[in-house]
Design a protein around this ligand. Structure first.
Ligand SMILES: [Zn+2]
Length: 81
């Protein structure tokens, strides 16, 4: 290991990187941020934890797996990811 190796790579290395499914990391992060902001907005309106499509309660296991989840299990199956 050379002396400079411990320095973490900065910005440009992240930009342009892609996830295994080909989605650019940056786009993925922006999408996650948008989902989280939407979840926070639902919280402030007292709608957090309710499905956007059918208005039924989203199961706790789903919210624990993804706190920004917006659909119940039934609706998530019918909507393409
Ligand atoms: Zn639903």
């Amino acid at each position: 290991m050379k002396p400079g190796d411990a320095t973490p790579a900065r910005g440009p290395r992240i930009t342009g990187e892609t996830l295994p499914d080909g989605v650019p990391v940056r786009r993925c992060a922006e999408r996650d941020l948008a989902r989280i902001e939407a979840a926070l907005a639902r919280m402030s309106h007292g709608r957090y934890g309710f499905c956007l499509t059918c208005d039924s309660q989203i199961g706790l296991p789903r919210l624990e797996a993804d706190p920004a989840e917006a659909l119940c299990a039934d609706c998530a199956e019918t909507v393409p990811a």
